[in-house]
Structure formats: C-alpha cells, structure tokens
Design a protein around this ligand. Sequence first.
Ligand code: ACM
Length: 745
Amino acid sequence: MRILVASFMLLMTVHHSIAQSRINIIPKPSMVHELEGQFVLNNNKIYVSAQFREVAVLLSDLMRWKQNRIFLLTKGAVAPAGSIIIEKTKGNKQDSASYTLDIKTKTVRISSAGYAGAINAMQSLAQIILTQDNKNQLPCARIQDQPRFGYRGLMIDVSRHFFPPSFIKKMIDLIGLYKINTLHMHLTDAAGWRIEVKKYPALTAQAAWRTSYGWKKWWNTDRDYVNEGDANAYGGYYTQLEAKELVAYAQKRGITIIPEIEMPGHSEEVIAAYPQLGCVGGKKGQGEFCLGNDSTFIFMQDVITEMMAIFPSTYIHIGGDEAGKSNWKSCSKCQQRIKDNQLKDEFELQSYAIRRMEKFISSKGRQLLGWDEILEGGLAPGARVMSWRGEKGGIEAARMGHDVIMTPGGTCYFDKYQQDPATEPEAIGGFLPLQKVYEYEPMPKELEADKQKHLLGAQANLWTEYVPTMEHAEYMIFPRIIALSEAVWSERKNMEWTDFQYRLSQHFKLLQRLNVNYCRPSDRLEIRPLIDAPAGSTSITLSSEQYKPEIRYTTDGNMPSSNSTLYTGPFSITGSALVKTAIFRKGRMSQHPDTIDINLHKAIGKTITYNKKYSSSYVAQKEATLINGYRGSLTYQDGQWQGFLNDVDVTIDLGKEENLSKLRSTFMQVIGPGVYMPHHVEVSLSKDGTQFTTLEKVLNDVSATDPKLIFKTFEVPLKGQSARYVRFVAKLQRGFLFADEIIID
Ligand code: ACM
C-alpha cells in the first residue's frame, strides 16, 4: 500500500514538472532540456549561413523585424551577444530534417546540416516565441530533434469548394509551424477543375464553374457547369503563375506541394468540357475517361506535362480512386482495348491506364502516386500508394516493395465530426475526435521489419463536400492536424496524451495570435465505466478535451452543482446508478451534464443465442455486446454498437425464472451512411425455451428522412411477468441496424 502511494506521488510530481515547462513544442521533440535564464528578443541581429538565408528572412518576418538586421555568417565572423545564429553544420546531408536549437542568455543558435532541419528549428523557435505570455523573453533550453517519418502531409480538396491562394498560404504557414512537410492539393474532381492548363482552356473557362455554391445543393440538383463570368457561377482556379507562387512560398517553408489530377474516375467536369474523352460521346454525368480512346492518354500526358513544369514534387498524384466500371463494360473502344492487350476485365483495364501513366511519369524523372485502388488489376511497377480504405492496401503495397503513405479513413479523414454532431456544423458523418487522431500509429503492427522502410509516413485529408468556407476548413483542420503532426514526427515513447493536452493548452495562445478558427476543446465528458458484474460494482473514469478541468458529479440522478463531489480520479459505485457529471467554471456548470445509466440489469453476462447473425463488419464485442452492460457512444465504430444487415433476433437465457418489469434497447439512426431505426421491436417470453408468448409490438416513430444523428430507446413493458427466456426482435427497415445493449429489468 505504502509503495503504491509513493509511486502515485512520484507520478504527480512528474506531472507537475510538465505543467511548469515554458517550452511546449508540438510535435514533441526528441530531447528538450530546459535551462535557467532567458534570452531577450528585441530587434536582434541574425547571423546566417548563406544556404539558410531564407530561414532568417522567415524568422525576421515573423517577428516583424527589419531585414537589414540579417548578416551572412562567414568564416571567422563572430556574432555579438544578443544575436541569433542560424548555421549550416558540416555534412552532406542536404535534406537532413534534424536540428539542434540552443537558447542561451547571450545567443540563440540553430544548427543543421540541411535546409529542412534549419526550417524545423526556426519553427520550434517560432512556437516557443508565440506560446510565451511575454513574446520577448525566451526560456533558455537545449533542443535536439529529428522526425520519425519523412512524409508528413495534409491534403486539401479545393475542388468541392475552392479556396484562394491567400488561404492556401495561410495553411502553409500554419502547417509548417507544426513540421508538416507536404501539402497535397486535390485539384480536380466533378465539382470543379482548379488549375489553368494552357492546352485545354475549357478546363478553366467552363469545368471550373458550376451552377451553385454549396456542393450538396449542386450535387443533389443539376450537377451542371456554366461559363466563367456567368452571374451565378461558383468556382475558381489557380492560374499557373499563382500555382508557381504557391510552390515557391511552400518551398521556402520546407513544404512540398503535390498536385493531384484525377484519372480515370472523378472526372465529370473534364468530360462535360471535352465530351470526346468519355465513352460513346461522353453523355452527361459520366465520370470516367474512355480508356479505349488514345486521346484520353494524350490529354492526361499533356496535363501532367504542364503540371510537372509548375510543381517540382517528386510525386505526381493521379487519383485512381472509385472509378466506375459500367461505361467501360458497354463501350466498344474500351472492350477493344481489353482484347488487344489481353486484359482479363475492367479492373485490368484500369491497371493498364495507370501503368501507361506510370511509364510516362517515370520517363520524366518523377514518380506516380495514387489512391489504393491502383492495386486493383495489378500495381504498376514504379507506383507509390496512398492507403485510404484502411491500411490493407498500404500493407499489401509495402510488402510488394512499393513506398506507401498511410491516410486511412478512420483516423486521417478530417471531414468527419470531431465533437458531438449536435453541436457541430454538418459534416459528411463519422466521428474523429482529437484524441483518436493523436493515438494514430502509422506503422501497422503486422508489417514485417524489413518492409517498414516502405512506410514513408501519414497524411490527413480534408475533403470539402461539407466544408464551404475557409473558416470552416480551418475548424476542421485545427487542432486535429496538430495531433497528427506529433503522431508522424515524434517517437511513440515520447508521446503521452495528457502531456500533449498540456502543451496544446499553451498553443491556443499561438492559434489565437495567428487568427486561426480552431475547433475549441469540448466541455463534454467522456464517461468510461469498467463493470465488475460478479462483484456488482462499476469503476468510472471521466476524461475531457479540456486540460485538467474542474469536474463534479452525482450518482443519485440529481443535477450536479458546485458543491457536488469533485472528480479526482476513477471512483467506484455499487449496483445501478445514474451518474451525472459536468465541468464547472467559477461555480457554474459549463453545459448540460453528461450522464451514464449504470444498469447492472438481469441480462448481464447471461447466455445469448443469435437467431440471426450480426454483420461481420460491425461485430463490436461479438456475443457479449448486447448483454455486457456497456453502452455505445456517439459513433457506431466505438466497439459497443453492433451492426446488423438483417433483423436483430436474439434469445437470452436468464438461467432461471425471473420476474421482469421492462426491457429497453436503444438504436441509432444516421441516414448518411445508411443506419436506420428498426420498423418495430417485439419481445416474446418463455419459461421453457420452446413455448413463447409474444407481447405487443413497439413501433418506431422516428422519420427515416431526418438527417440528424438520432438515438431512440424502445421500451417494452413486461409487467412483472415471470420468464427464463427472452426473445428480442428488432425488425430491419432498411440499411443497417445498430444496437448496443438489451437491458432487462
Ligand atoms: C477517396 O477518399 N476517394 C480517396
């Protein structure tokens, strides 16, 4: 017992020291050693090695200093006290991203062998400056740092909604601050073509403009294109000059821009402007290029040639995702191509097209990058893969010796909700809170050690169907990209959620100073029960996106008040209880309390028989799910919601006859991904397991067209009847059913 207390105290001490630090860099550096004293910033001189001059300019701009304070660091030059020194160390690692940063009372010294490292050091220094209360006084420290992964990316979809160069520059500034070194721009899609191509002017005169602003309205109505200049046209594009400026702007900040030009699918806008590139004359709405037509390849090569002149990136992204195969099936030219090249099917036809592009791109000294569908029908020899449909494609490609970037939908798609959907602007669906991003591990456990070198890193994707404005884009990106930056830069052993939360709490000052519309941390409390059914007790853990908030709770169903029990750590309750809890500030509850109904009901841990099977895609806790006492949260991906593509039909054996008062079961509806309420629920009771008496149905009354996330508890009165076997049926309406628990009292 004594030892336990002692180690707890030690933990508390460590925690305390974390909280006192004034060096709060994200992503967490390999080593931070805070020292006594401080360095005073005041229009300091900067001495810089010639190769890194641009780094000095960036620092000077950040501080709004005069550029005539920048001096070249030449052999034998002695920087006077009060200087900032940015020096290139010996070594031929021009691309080294590692650095040291020494802040002493007399000088600040940045050292790196590579430009990327010098930029990274400058960004660490910028973070230290921008997170101080007094920006002119820097705590002394020695920092040594290098990245875990070489590829750290963000993708912005500028097709579904267009964002101007000024916004892209703001994002470059901000992600650079967090050592994200790649900006992938999704430049083309049905919703609009976004880059000038000299050879094909209709791409920007027409394919860049659509009939209405909001993507959803446009997609759900005419999906038409109009000409630039039309009164109601919505769209935009980057001129080649603007794109080149963005490339140069990013390069100075150590960021590579990768252009993505979609093929062979997601190309409705191109085929609208150039119908001859579609199958049989390119009828309206066709999204796939005709692959039997050589003009398609000429078009793609022409476009890629112009892109390569703008974007010096090693990788050229050609999309490759979600191409429909039906037009190719009925197109004589596509079928002829299949025949001529002895291809097996339309998947091999797609692979043929990607291989042809890969040959072209690699002949120009670049590398083809595509979404993981490019594996289908056979991966082109030099292709690199972006794994988005989970990690399977990435693992497969890495095992084949291809380089891979991870961007699985579940943890890297920033178009999902990040807090309670009821409190957020409409999103595409799903749930990706900050902590889940933070805990993302890019290296799959199953990837063999000798293949791990092919995993280059990870990337967040902001698809913008539901992100119409720049403010909203910032809200979706921040702070989640900050969490991802640590997941791709820092060693796992240096990462800890509470420590990150503290450092992030210091970065809100920085984000506010830079006018970032970041998603504010939620006041919702995550309530995690740990049920000990045999003991009849439950341990409750509460956590929050807020850093160390004042949490109070009750266990008797009453509203918590400023006098209710203060949460200091996991607590235990016996039997059933209604726990209500909230964050308090200045004696006031911050929002409506979060509650959990701990219900140690009669079915927990009993025997359940599935008369119909649950879906293999959403097994949750398998046979334990519906009778384990655990309730589902806001997302059906949390491992407590079980999915069904048929009726829920289970029989629970209570082990002995019991007097029953009621049965309750909650269902979720979120129609975007096809999750619906049951048509009705029905309960049958039996004493012997063969003869069942069926009770009155309880009908659903939730509209199947309501787009909100809805939970409904169906309650069936059992009126004290005695039974040992309870059969529960929830009738499938359409799509999926999701249930988390069958509560029998
Ligand atoms: C994708 O999300 N279709 C790459």
